[in-house]
Design a protein around this ligand. Structure first.
Ligand code: PLP
Length: 628
């Protein structure tokens, strides 16, 4: 039983049908031939992501797009397959080509040298395909100059000629011209000592017509979407896309009355007609006015009157059983009349164009036979959060943070530390710190070069495990790993001149709700790990407790600065720094991300403190640098 969809209009893409078409087409491939799936223009309106994934799963070795931006979008959707840009690229698209590892097609030496220069600068090798014009006379280097062109491009550093290709002008209906193109291309390939890895000329019609047998790659577009062209009317290709709507109103009409703008249709006798909420703004071509048909309850109904922007009207006089809310098939069905190639031929249009323009206001539903997999939201210019499901929103939030902060790592960390807690823990046990106090005091030590640094840390937090770790790192790298480690409650970076020994980093007390925890030392190569635990902790898991950590260590005088950073989402922060008399001038520089960028700072004799409002949320990597 088909799952019902209730929308004003929608597009269904059946991925099982797409796979079926690919299987039919793969039957035409010779041994040693593989195929590139063309997904330009959002896979002819079918959705580049979904079609690419399905095609790759069916054996496609390459994807073809129209421009760098289409390639970039696929990359951002985690597509790893090789991607060829079919149209010539602009010089301004070179950075995108490099960043997203796209293969441009090359029809121009000056572009190739610019690409080579940029590739060399960024120390990358770009795979390219040379485009040869064998008579289509659109893009590509004229075949008469192709040999020289090939040799010139081959000399350019950091470019790798991975492919060479040409394109048929009318493989579906002009065999004489197609054979001429094929011959010119084949002669060129034979003249190469070592042809590149991929040699390709055929599109869908070329493959079905049996051209390009000397090639090892074909580029499949229109036929994979189930459109039949001249010369292949009997092939069992099925439409992948159907465009549907609902009957929103049914009315009676009397003989002699007209329907729609400019009164182009008149009722010859009394009858009934229906209104469908789809017009040319939805991609239903205006030229179909008075000419087209739709399918309701498996019956053909003629479109009457002009197509409006948002509505069209159909004759229901022969269909007494039609009722409000009935599903209307506008395009794409096993019924021959509804095939895109037949509807587009009504106005001498192009099936390619109709596919690309269909459903501009419709959601796309992906299905495998009767089962709906998922739907994609309406395409809007502005971001509307409600359009997206949670997993998509999580991805958007994480990507937006990274983009806004211009730092992937910090963006991911903030996302991970804060938002994951909010979103993934459905029970809302958010393990943030509250009422965070960090007091540091520097005093004279036995050594000339170091201050004795005492730290007192206290905060409230929900206990998540029956132990936690205090970490003392000897390098920035190991400190960094502790920042990412949820078991670590407190971390310290020991000066490189000090040995990583417990007498240089003393944990004086670790308490949870006044309970003194047992500490055991674990040492690894770059850090001291102090494991803090107590048998009673287990029963306290999931309750909010008071944490207290006191340490004594040494801090180099020569550093001239001391930083305190917040490593987790924290509500309410107070940081204070007490320093000895020999430090006459200490300058606090605070970096706070959250609502309040500049929390108030108070200066006493030898003490500086910074305090946010108690309910203020402080984001990770906020903190203070005390410069002395
Ligand atoms: C669009 C395109 C194709 C696919 O053609 P179909 O007729 O849809 O199979 C193949 N090659 C190139 C260069 C194209 O631009």
């Amino acid at each position: 039983m088909k799952e019902a969809i209730h929308e004003r209009s929608w597009v269904e893409i059946d991925l099982a049908v797409f796979r079926h078409n690919l299987n039919v087409l793969k039957g035409y491939l010779l041994a040693g031939q593989s195929f590139m799936q063309i997904v330009k223009a959002d896979a002819y309106g079918h959705g580049a992501k979904e079609i690419s994934e399905a095609a790759l799963a069916s054996g496609a070795v390459y994807l073809g797009v129209a421009n760098a931006e289409e390639g970039r979008v696929l990359r951002l959707q985690s597509c790893k397959a090789p991607i060829l840009i079919l149209s010539p690229a602009l010089i301004s698209e070179i950075p995108k080509i490099l960043e997203y590892d796209l293969s441009p097609s090359i029809s121009d030496l000056s572009f190739a040298s610019a690409l080579s220069t940029e590739a060399r600068k960024s120390n990358k090798e770009i795979t390219i395909h040379l485009k040869i014009d064998t008579g289509m006379h659109r893009s590509g280097v004229d075949v008469s100059r192709a040999r020289t062109f090939y040799d010139a491009v081959a000399k350019l550093p950091n470019l790798k000629i991975e492919g060479i290709f040409s394109h048929f002008a009318s493989a579906e209906n002009d065999s004489q011209f197609t054979k001429r193109q094929e011959k010119l291309f084949q002669d060129l390939i034979s003249s190469l000592e070592q042809p590149p890895r991929y040699v390709h000329i055929s599109n869908s019609a070329g493959l079905i017509g049996g051209y390009g047998k000397f090639c090892n790659l074909v580029r499949l577009g229109i036929a994979s979407f189930g459109i039949r062209q001249d010369g292949n009317k009997d092939i069992p290709l099925k439409p992948v896309m159907s465009f549907k709507s609902s009957l929103i109103q049914i009315k009676d009409i009397r003989a002699g009355e007209s329907v729609g703008y400019q009164r182009e249709w008149f009722a010859k006798k009394d009858g009934r007609y229906g209104i469908i909420p789809v017009g040319y703004a939805d991609g239903y071509d205006f030229l179909l006015s008075n000419k087209s048909v739709v399918l309701i309850r498996d019956r053909i109904c003629p479109v009457i009157g002009r197509i409006s922007m948002d509505m069209l009207t159909v004759d229901l006089s022969h269909l007494d059983e039609a009722s409000l809310g009935d599903e209307v098939i506008l395009l794409g069905d096993e019924n021959e009349n509804l095939r895109v190639e037949n509807i587009s031929s009504i106005y001498h249009g192009s099936a390619y164009e109709l596919l690309c323009q269909v459903g501009r206001r419709a959601k796309r539903f992906y299905r495998i036979e009767d089962h709906i997999l998922h739907s994609t939201p309406l395409a809007r210019r502005d971001f509307v959060a409600k359009d997206f499901d949670n997993s998509k929103l999580n991805h958007i939030i994480s990507a937006a943070l990274a983009e806004r902060l211009d730092d992937q790592e910090i963006g991911e960390m903030i996302y991970r530390e804060i938002l994951r807690n909010f979103f993934y823990n459905k029970d809302r046990d958010i393990h943030y710190r509250k009422d965070f106090h960090h007091e540091i005091s520097f005093a004279k030590s036995d050594s000339e070069d170091f201050y004795l640094a005492s730290t007192h840390l206290s905060y409230k937090k929900v206990l998540s495990s029956d132990f936690f770790i205090i970490a003392c790192a000897s390098s920035n790298e190991s400190l960094r790993t502790f920042l990412m480690d949820p078991r670590v409650e407190y971390r310290w970076l020991l000066d490189a001149k000090l040995s990583l020994h417990p007498h240089n980093f003393i944990v004086n007390a670790v308490r949870v709700n006044g309970l003194d925890l047992h500490t055991t030392l674990e040492q690894d190569s770059g850090s001291l790990l102090i494991r803090c635990s107590h048998p009673k902790l287990r029963s306290l898991i999931n309750s909010e407790l008071d944490f207290e950590i006191n340490t004594t260590t040494l801090y180099p005088k020569s550093s001239h600065q001391f930083s305190v950073f917040i490593s987790e989402l924290t509500q309410g922060v107070q940081i204070s720094f007490e320093f000895p008399e020999d430090l006459s001038h200490v300058e606090p520089v605070s970096i706070f991300s959250g609502q309040e960028k500049n929390p108030p700072i108070t200066f006493e004799d030898h003490r500086i403190s910074i305090k946010t409002k108690p309910d203020e949320w402080i984001f990770p990597l906020s903190g203070v640098v005390f410069a002395y």
